[in-house]
Design a protein around this ligand. Structure first.
Ligand code: NAD
Length: 292
């Protein structure tokens, strides 16, 4: 059993920390605002949670906050301990924090997740990890408690790279799936027939087959629950923006990712998308005509 510091006990962090405690680990948790989940000991500060821990896990909103927390805890962490960041952040921040940790005699792993709040509660997240083999092997039993699958993608930053590439595909395919349903409506094609064809033809994708944006069609999804998230449109926008930041940094041409980013930005910032599931792009397209 390990001694774990857990910083960031929000929607995702709280159930993850709770699952680690339930599995018998000794977990000290800290959050600026959120309550401490059952089984986790409340620490007075980030430093207090990190002091003496074998592994410190962070689950924070963005790269700037991750860097600030790293600056506080890296100096107090014990030599050889692992800094395991599970937040979704920019690749550059992940690499900067890893170098800082290594320079202080620690090991670092970036391991963002997919699976959302339901996956965090059920312990069925997928982790995509970047960092040295030794560090990955140390944290693997913890990843196995919090999730059902972890892929070691490469060196520092590789986990974040995998996450944003995956979510760039997801954002673009969701937009494509929603615009196709809106086109089908205007062509007089029944939505169930459209699903029956596409879900078993070459247009299939996770967005269509597992998370169909049309209510009453395909398996149960947020569309069947008034588009309550699920995966909120603003979180999709965050990940798409990270993909475009990364693409700009390495001069990669990503026109579909760029267009999906623009569409989610208008949806969240100028329309009624904030707080709705990212599949609510379908009612958005339904209301529109060509050119506006
Ligand atoms: P959240 O806002 O619910 O939780 C973040 C927590 O961090 C908050 O409780 C906040 O008080 C705390 N915090 C902020 N600054 C802090 C500091 N300096 N010290 C200590 N605590 C601090 O967010 P979330 O939904 O739990 O997401 C966390 C991360 O997981 C994000 O990077 C997000 O992109 C990623 N993620 C979220 C989902 C999802 O479905 N919610 C899915 C996959 C990945």
């Amino acid at each position: 059993m390990m001694k774990i510091g857990f910083i960031g006990l929000g929607n995702m962090g709280a159930p993850m920390a709770h699952n680690l405690a339930k599995a018998g680990h000794e977990v000290a948790g800290f959050d600026l605002a959120a309550p401490t989940p059952e089984g986790v000991t409340k620490a007075a500060s980030a430093e207090a949670a990190a002091t003496g821990a074998d592994v410190v896990i962070t689950m924070l909103p963005n790269g700037a906050i991750l860097r600030a927390v790293a600056a506080e805890i890296v100096p107090v962490m014990k030599k050889g301990a692992v800094f395991l960041d599970c937040s979704t952040v920019d690749v550059e921040s992940a690499r900067a924090v890893a170098s800082q940790a290594e320079a202080a005699g620690l090991m670092a792993v970036d391991a963002p997740v997919s699976g959302g709040i339901t996956g965090a509660a059920a312990g069925t997240l997928t982790f995509m990890a970047g960092g040295p083999d030794t560090a990955f092997e140390i944290v693997r039993p913890l990843l196995d408690v919090m999730g059902q699958k972890s892929v070691h993608c490469g060196a520092a930053g590789a986990g974040q790279a995998a996450k944003i590439c995956n979510n760039m595909i997801l954002g673009a395919t969701m937009v494509a799936t929603c615009e196709a349903f809106a086109l089908a409506d205007k062509l007089g094609l029944d939505r169930t027939k459209m699903f029956d064809v596409v879900s078993t033809s070459s247009g299939y994708s996770w967005s269509m087959n597992a998370y169909c944006p049309a209510p009453g069609v395909g398996p149960k999804s947020p569309a069947d629950n008034g588009y309550r998230p699920g995966f909120a449109a603003e979180l999709m926008l965050k990940d798409l923006r990270l993909s475009q930041e990364a693409a700009a940094a390495v001069d990669a041409d990503t026109p579909m990712g760029a267009r999906a980013t623009e569409l989610y930005a208008s949806f969240v910032e100028e329309e009624d998308g904030r707080g709705r599931d990212f599949s609510a792009m379908l009612p958005r397209f339904e209301k529109r005509s060509r050119g506006r």
